[in-house]
Design a protein around this ligand. Structure first.
Ligand code: 13P
Length: 249
């Protein structure tokens, strides 16, 4: 049985001091033994958030990471820096990074391999645009993203990965994919993992839905057979995140 994983993606929000305030506000609200709770925060917030979440059930994640060990890459964050700070998860290939920061399936693959090398669990994002959905190529597109993302990743590593299916048209728009749409794609992703690896790997990997998840939509989404939790943007910055984490109560 896969444990649910519900992660907040703070994006470019919260100064270090505001981050600590938010953690203190959310801390008592996000307790749920049946769920892995992750706060993915801006790099500058990682250390204070790590401190503020000590002794809680909250795990801290990063929103990005570079694919080299270290060196002359001004402005980048290395995997070793994340490990040293105690980071366990890193979001890789968010559609905003693909759109605004020129990330490609190939750089996403390099980052995933590097994260595994350092023992950090990647939350691997995929998702189609509205045009692609209307053209009826959603599943083909997602399968391609997944196949490139997992190149040279071993079955053992893949089994521990998290995939976030985030339809681009549902991000920050208030337009949630229907439960059927979300389940259909998440099930196709699992089938794709079974093709690349085997049934056991497909059964172990956790697949999240992301895109305007709210306290109202979470229970039905997370009850789907192939949806193992969510990657939450806007609502992760509010007390509502506590309701999302406790979707089953
Ligand atoms: P929203 O929940 O704000 O739509 O953002 C989703 C997202 O991009 C999470 O990574």
């Amino acid at each position: 049985m896969r444990k649910k994983i519900i992660a907040g993606n703070w994006k470019m929000n919260m100064t270090p001091s505001k981050a600590v305030d938010l953690v203190n506000e959310l801390k008592p609200l996000v307790v749920n033994d049946e769920v892995d709770v992750v706060f993915c925060v801006p790099a500058i917030d990682i250390i204070p958030v790590m401190e503020a979440t000590k002794g809680t059930n909250i795990q801290v994640g990063a929103e990005n990471m570079y694919f080299e060990d270290k060196g002359a890459y001004t402005g980048e964050i290395s995997p070793e820096m994340l490990v040293d700070a105690g980071v366990k998860y890193v979001i890789i290939g968010h559609s905003e990074r693909r759109e605004y920061f020129a990330e490609t399936d190939e750089t996403v693959n390099k980052k995933i391999l590097k994260a595994f090398e350092y023992g950090i669990t990647p939350i691997i994002c995929c998702g189609e645009s509205l045009t692609q959905r209307e053209q009826g190529i959603t599943i083909d597109w997602i399968r391609q993203q997944i196949k490139i993302a997992f190149q040279n990743v071993t079955a053992e590593q893949a089994a521990t990965a998290v995939i976030a299916y985030e339809p681009i048209w549902a991000i920050g728009t208030g337009k949630v994919a229907t439960t059927e749409q979300a389940q259909e794609v998440c099930s196709a992703i699992r089938a794709c993992i079974a093709e690349i690896y085997d049934e056991a790997t497909a059964a172990a990997i956790r697949i999240q839905y992301g895109g305007s998840v709210s306290a109202a939509s979470a229970p039905e989404l997370f009850a789907q057979a192939d949806i193992d939790g969510g990657l939450v943007g806007g609502a992760s910055l509010k007390p509502d995140f506590g309701k999302i984490v406790n979707y089953n109560k």
